[in-house]
Design a protein around this ligand. Structure first.
Ligand SMILES: Cc1cc2nc3c(=O)[nH]c(=O)nc-3n(C[C@H](O)[C@H](O)[C@H](O)COP(=O)(O)OP(=O)(O)OC[C@H]3O[C@@H](n4cnc5c(N)ncnc54)[C@H](O)[C@@H]3O)c2cc1C
Length: 518
C-alpha cells in the first residue's frame, strides 16, 4: 500500500449515532505504533480486529503547519499534559496514529545494553536483539528508515555536529522514517506532505486492508472481567468539537484484548477498570527521558524551525556508570513551542524570541530507570476522572541535569555561539567556560529549570516476576489469560534511544507470537 492512502474501514465518532455493541476476535485500545502493528499482524493472520482510538482521524489536508491548530488537536490534553506540580511538560500524541503523527522521525533500535539490563535486573526473557531483528528489518523496510544525506543536515543540527567534533565527542547521523521528505521541519505539527511514514499512512491502512476496523473518537472508559478473562471494553463516543462524550457508547466483546493506549494512559485504564494489582506496581516506575533544553545565539542564521529535525545525535554520555547517562539531539523549534519553552518574562522573553532566527537549540534526554535509587513517575487519579502524575526527582537526576546542561553549553560555544541561554528561571547567559561553571550553582528544583518529555515509557512493565512486572515477556498480563499490553508502557526502564522502533519491534514480536498461538 503506498504512502498517502486513506484508511478504509475507518469510522469517526460523528458517524456513530446510537449505542453499538460489536463482537471481535481482538480489540485493541489505541492506534499508536504499538496498537497499529499489532492490528496489522493479527488482521493479516485472519483475526477480526477492532481498534478503538480516542483521538481524531486527521490527515494531510489539515496539516497546514499551524501550531495553534496542531497542539490542541494532535496532543494529549491539548498539549497541556504535565506533572501535578507543572514542573515537567508531557508532550504525547493523541490522534489516529498516536505519537507517530507528530513525532520527529528518529528511528533507532533498542540498545543491546538496555536489553541486557532488562534480562539481568528485571527478569525479561526472550526479548533479545536476535529475536527482534527480523521484526525491526521488516519495520524499517515498511517505514523507509534510512540515514539522512549530508545535505539534509540543517544549521541547527550542524551546530551539534561541529561542536561535538571540536570537543572530540562521538556523534552519529540519525536514521529517519521518511519518503521524499522536502525538509519542511514541521514533523511535530503533522507532516504536510505525507513524507513521514506515520501509522495512519502505513500499518493502519495495512491492517484495514486485512479487514481491521478502526474507530476514531472512541475513548475506552473501562474493561470488564470475569475470573481470569476480560470480557468487554466500554468506550464513550466523543464529540470532536467539544472533546466530551457525545452520548452514544461503543461496547466491544472480544476473545483477546490488547492495551496500546501508551504509557500513562494504559496504566490509567488498568487502574480505572479495577483490575487486580496486588503488588501495587501498575502506573509506577513510569520513565520519561526527562529532557533539558539549551539555546545558543549565533551571529548567523540558524532558523531552527526549518529543515529535518534530529539528523545528528550524540550518545557520547549515554553510559556513565553509577550515574544517569544522557544523549543529545536537536529538536525543531517553531515559534510557539520555543516561546512556551523559553524561560523569562517580558523584555527577557521578547529578546529571546527576537533572536530565534539566529538560535540553535539542543536537548539532552536523561536515561532514567537504571539506578536503584530512581522511582520514576506515578500515575493515578485526582478525582473527577482527572489524571494525577508525579515524577520523583533524586540527587542523581539533579547531577545529570547539571552535567547535561554544561555539556550542551560547551558544544554550542565550541560551535561558535556568541552566548548560550539556559532554561533556568531566570535564565543564565553563558559566554565562556568560566560561565559554564555557574550551572553548578543554579537551582534545578521543580519549576526552576524547564524539563520536558516526549518519550513516556513504563508503568506496566514486562518481566517474568509478577512482583515487579505487570505483563510477562510475551506481553500477556500475569493475572489474565486474554489481556495483553503492547505499547511503550511495558519497558522496565527508559531505552536510551527514541522509542518508536523499540515499540514497533517488540509489539510485532509479541503480536506475531499471539497470532501463531491462535
Ligand atoms: C513531539 C514528539 C516527538 C517525538 N519524536 C520521536 C522521534 O523522533 N522518534 C521516536 O522514536 N519517538 C519519538 N516520539 C515518541 C514516540 O512517538 C512515542 O514513544 C510512541 O508514539 C509511543 O507509542 P505507543 O504505542 O506507546 O503510544 P502512543 O503513540 O501514545 O499511542 C497511544 C494512542 O492511544 C490513544 N489512547 C489513549 N488512551 C485511550 C483510551 N482510553 N481509549 C482509546 N484510545 C486511547 C491515544 O490517543 C494515542 O493515539 C516523539 C513523541 C512526541 C510527542
Amino acid at each position: 500500500m503506498s504512502a498517502g492512502a486513506e484508511i478504509p474501514n475507518l469510522v469517526r465518532g460523528r458517524d456513530i449515532g446510537a449505542d453499538r455493541i460489536l463482537d471481535a476476535d481482538v480489540a485493541i485500545v489505541g492506534s499508536g505504533p504499538g496498537g497499529s502493528i499489532a492490528a496489522y499482524r493479527l488482521a493479516a493472520a485472519g483475526a477480526r480486529v477492532v481498534v478503538l482510538e480516542e483521538g481524531g482521524y486527521h490527515t494531510r489536508p489539515e496539516f497546514r503547519m499551524q501550531e495553534e491548530w496542531s497542539y490542541p488537536t494532535l496532543y494529549q490534553d491539548h498539549a497541556n499534559r504535565a506533572t501535578d506540580d507543572l514542573s515537567i511538560t508531557v508532550l504525547q500524541g493523541r490522534s489516529v496514529g498516536g505519537g507517530t503523527t507528530v513525532n520527529w522521525t528518529t528511528s533507532l533500535r533498542t540498545p543491546p545494553t538496555t536489553l541486557d539490563f532488562w534480562k539481568r535486573a528485571r527478569r525479561v526473557e526472550g526479548v533479545t536483539a536476535e529475536a527482534l531483528a527480523p521484526h525491526w528489518d521488516e519495520v524499517e523496510r515498511r517505514l523507509n528508515v534510512h540515514t539522512p544525506e549530508e545535505g539534509e543536515i540543517n544549521e541547527n543540527n550542524r551546530a551539534l555536529l561541529d561542536g561535538a567534533k571540536r570537543l572530540g565527542y562521538g556523534f552519529e547521523l540519525l536514521p529517519r522514517n521518511v519518503s521524499d521528505c522536502v525538509l519542511t521541519g514541521m514533523c511535530g505539527l503533522g507532516c504536510p506532505v505525507d513524507a513521514k511514514q506515520a501509522m495512519h499512512l502505513t500499518y493502519l491502512p495495512d491492517a484495514a486492508a486485512h479487514g481491521a476496523v478502526i474507530f476514531a473518537n472512541c475513548r475506552v472508559r473501562r474493561l470488564t472481567r470475569r475470573g481470569r478473562r476480560v470480557t468487554e471494553a466500554a468506550a464513550d463516543v466523543l464529540d470532536e468539537s467539544r472533546d466530551r462524550p457525545a452520548g452514544p457508547t461503543l461496547t466491544v466483546r472480544a476473545r483477546t484484548f490488547i492495551l496500546s493506549a501508551g504509557a500513562i494512559n494504559t496504566p490509567r485504564l488498568l487502574q480505572r477498570s479495577g483490575l487486580p494489582d496486588p503488588y501495587r506496581i501498575v502506573g509506577r516506575r513510569t520513565w520519561l527521558h526527562p529532557t533539558l533544553a539549551s539555546a545558543a545565539h549565533f551571529d548567523r542564521k540558524i532558523e531552527p524551525y526549518f529543515g529535518a529535525p534530529q539528523t545528528v545525535g550524540s550518545h557520547h554520555f549515554a553510559i556513565r556508570p553509577g550515574r544517569i547517562g544522557f544523549f543529545l539531539e536537536t529538536p525543531p523549534a517553531q515559534p510557539m513551542l520555543a516561546g512556551l519553552a523559553h524561560a523569562g518574562f517580558g523584555p527577557e522573553h521578547r529578546r529571546a524570541m527576537k533572536e530565534l532566527p539566529n538560535t540553535a537549540v539542543l536537548i539532552a534526554l536523561l536515561i532514567d530507570g537504571f539506578l536503584d535509587e530512581e522511582h520514576g513517575g506515578t500515575v493515578g487519579e485526582r478525582g473527577g476522572g482527572r489524571l494525577s502524575f508525579r515524577y520523583d526527582r533524586g540527587p542523581a537526576l539533579a547531577e545529570a541535569m547539571r552535567e547535561a546542561m554544561k555539556t550542551m553549553a560547551r558544544i554550542h560555544l565550541a560551535a561558535g555561539a556568541r552566548e548560550v541561554v539556559t532554561f533556568h528561571e531566570p535564565p543564565l547567559r553563558l559566554r565562556t567556560e568560566r560561565d559554564v561553571a555557574r550551572i553548578d550553582e543554579a537551582s534545578v528544583a521543580p519549576n526552576r529549570c524547564g524539563v520536558f518529555t516526549a518519550h513516556q515509557m513504563g508503568g506496566a512493565p514486562m518481566g517474568e516476576d509478577p512482583g515487579i512486572a505487570v505483563v510477562d515477556s510475551r506481553l500477556k498480563h500475569h493475572f489474565f489469560d486474554n489481556l495483553y499490553v503492547m505499547d511503550g508502557s511495558v519497558f522496565p526502564t527508559s531505552l536510551g534511544v527514541n522509542p518508536q522502533i523499540s515499540i514497533l519491534g517488540l509489539s510485532s514480536l509479541a503480536a506475531s507470537a499471539l497470532a501463531k498461538a491462535g
